[in-house]
Design a protein around this ligand. Structure first.
Ligand SMILES: *Cc1c(COP(=O)(O)O)cnc(C)c1O
Length: 637
């Protein structure tokens, strides 16, 4: 990019990086060009500068990358969801109430579940568990017996017994039947333990939603019962004289449903099923809509998969209204509405902060005016393509250059061209691509195969993090996250780059970025400065990323720091978790660090025996190995 003549302003950075659009009022840029965060949307008098937090983290001896959590953003989101439902219920004169159940799988970290139960207490916000381990975590964390504890997932006897024990303790623990085979065991175990269970059924709706995570909706979803199977459940419960224990209807369309229309049709369909269960004589009290409340990652407010075309308020109003419309018509009392929103509660509250280690820049060598007469014929053809390039011949020259580049490669492989000629050809080729990228900016519409030529010229910024560990969905399913520099925002970013991580894996990169027009293949970045770190952040990473991450290249968990923002832009460090050491990650893959060290001692002793090193060099080597074992898995300065 050529620097513009007008003075750059922080306002232009705000627009360029879409901060207002994706930031939901939590993020903004200070007059001095630093990214700020506040826990109260839009209240920047209470905002904290992110570079200042980074300084504080480093002063405490923790290295980048760091996962930073802002604890009271989670509080804000819990309040937003609960109060939006309460408002909708009040304004529509709905006769039932709302209860949230946080699905532990979205972020299982103890700090997160603890924060949800602590702040959620005033709304009786409960938990949803999808496995035995999650149920055990939930039973240990939840204190509020007025909150619900919803058990989904396939259940064995141990799982069922645990749920029944929770019910006996006074928890509203609801066991949701997901598979036809689960019911007989639940009936049997409740008789054995003498506990009256609270039961739910998960229905497979025919409503299917678009998006990346929506396999769980629709007729072909893996979980849930179809109409005939639900009738079987009713009959079996009737037989056991337990039909009054069936109190909840559950469905889950999938996560991140971008289109409100699909949410509304699912609510309507499920409300019909609910009314049907009431008519059958079940003791219905709860309608549980599962998750799906989406996050606007790209800030476009559209039904694009990284966005959503509705607000939290609209979601709540549409849900309450949708339930009422069907049930009033059927004269069925209004149930307690439950949602299991996870993503919308936790996404905003974590960000990944990392430094840039290095960059690679694409810059073709300057070319001569004329080629020497002995230049290989294929290189001459390429050069002619370059000379013929103008706005009208873009497509033709592009095609020609690809053709001659292949010819050049062929000639080189067959020994018909020298290495030097081949290098010259590469230079000519990249000069063509560079000029096409420049020219194509003046085209109203780009031919399809030219759309990404610009990307071939982007810089690569090498960053201190692992996509596989910290942003697994960016790699696995192409999810978009907002990414931007956290400082120097009063300066114009004059480079375009993509981000590579330190795994050296060709998939270890971020090359899809949010954009108001769709997806961009590179992002604006600043020129690196000598002796000055350049910090970037990836935002809205609180949902799903932490435990889905893996140990690719044995890069482990990052350091985690939690802060709580106070009035007036003060903040407290309230939690700090050291990331994995090399020793830790080796243990995960079954090494025994002590045994490794012992073996390495022998190797070093052998070297002494053969006179390759002295005993005191051995001591140095061993001490380097030992401190390597204890070190952070990421790049340390
Ligand atoms: C994953 C899941 C959720 C959470 O969905 P979000 O879209 O993150 O709110 C809720 N309920 C069930 C059953 C799930 O499997």
């Amino acid at each position: 990019m050529t620097p513009s003549l007008e003075r750059w302003t922080v306002e232009r950075s705000t627009e360029l990086y879409g901060v207002r659009e994706w930031g939901a009022g939590f993020f903004g840029i200070s007059p001095s060009g630093e990214l700020q965060v506040t826990a109260e949307p839009g209240k920047f008098e209470n905002a904290v500068s992110i570079p200042e937090i980074i300084e504080g983290i480093q002063a405490r001896g923790l290295d980048m990358p760091v996962l930073l959590r802002i604890e009271n953003i989670l509080d804000t989101q819990i309040s937003l969801l609960n109060e939006s439902f309460q408002d909708a219920i009040r304004s529509l004169d709905y006769k039932g109430t709302y209860l949230g159940a946080y699905p532990i799988k979205v972020n299982q970290q103890q700090q997160v579940v603890e924060a949800v139960t602590r702040h959620g207490k005033k709304y009786h916000h409960g938990l949803e568990a999808g496995s035995k381990a999650e149920l055990i975590a939930a039973m240990g964390m939840l204190r509020d017996t007025e909150a619900v504890l919803v058990c989904n997932g396939y259940k064995d006897q141990e799982f069922i017994d645990l749920g029944l024990h929770a019910t006996r303790l006074g928890f509203t623990c609801i066991m949701v039947v997901e598979m036809p085979g689960e019911l007989p065991l639940i009936i049997e175990r409740s008789k054995v333990l003498g506990v009256e269970p609270i039961l739910g059924v998960r229905v497979k709706l025919s409503t299917q939603a678009g998006g990346l995570w929506t396999e769980s909706g629709g007729d072909r979803s893996i979980f849930g019962l179809n109409a005939a199977q639900i009738i079987d459940v009713i009959d079996a419960l009737k037989e056991a004289d337990m039909l009054d224990r069936l109190q909840l209807l559950h469905y889950h369309l999938g996560s991140q449903i971008p289109n409100i229309r699909e949410i509304r049709s699912a609510v309507a369909e499920a409300s019909r099923v609910y009314a049907g269960l009431v008519a059958e004589g079940a003791g219905m009290r709860y309608l549980d809509l599962g998750g799906g409340l989406a996050v606007d990652y790209d800030g476009t407010q559209t039904n694009f998969m990284s966005s959503r075309n509705y607000s939290v308020n609209e979601y709540c109003v549409d849900v309450v209204e949708g339930v009422m419309t069907v049930l009033d018509e059927q004269k069925v009392p209004h149930p307690t509405i439950i949602t299991e929103s996870g993503r919308a509660l936790v996404a905003y509250y974590s960000m990944l902060l990392f430094n840039v280690l290095d960059f690679a820049r694409f810059e073709p060598e300057p070319l001569p005016e004329k080629l020497p007469p002995d230049t290989h014929i294929q290189v001459q053809h390429l050069f002619e393509a370059l000379q013929a390039l103008n706005l009208r011949t873009i497509q033709e020259c592009f095609n020609d250059s690809l053709y001659y580049r292949d010819e050049v490669r062929q000639a080189f492989s067959n020994g018909k061209m020298s290495f030097r000629q081949r290098a010259l050809a590469d230079n000519v080729f990249w000069e063509i691509i560079r000029r096409i990228a420049v020219l194509s900016k003046d085209l109203p519409a780009l031919p399809h195969d030219l759309e990404n030529v610009g990307q071939a010229l982007s810089d690569i910024y090498y960053c201190n993090f692992s996509v596989f560990q910290s942003l697994p969905d960016a790699w696995a399913i192409g999810q978009l996250f907002p990414v931007m520099p956290v400082h120097r925002l009063g300066e114009e970013p004059t480079r375009e780059g993509l981000l590579a991580d330190i795994t050296c894996d060709c998939d270890g990169k971020i090359d899809r970025f949010i954009d108001s027009q769709g997806v961009k293949r590179s992002m604006p970045l600043h020129e690196l400065k000598e002796n000055e770190e350049y910090y970037l952040g990836a935002f809205l990473v609180g949902a799903y990323q932490e435990t889905l991450g893996d140990l690719h290249n044995l890069l482990g968990d990052t350091n985690v720091v939690t802060i709580r923002i106070r009035q007036g832009g003060q903040y407290d460090f309230v939690g700090e978790l050291e990331g994995d050491s090399v020793e830790d990650v080796l243990t995960y893959v079954e090494y025994d660090p002590k045994a490794l060290l012992a073996r390495f001692r022998e190797t070093a002793e052998n070297a002494v025996r053969h006179g390759r090193i002295t005993p005191s060099e051995r001591r140095e080597t061993l001490s380097a190995y030992r401190s390597g074992l204890q070190g952070y898995t990421y790049f340390e300065r």
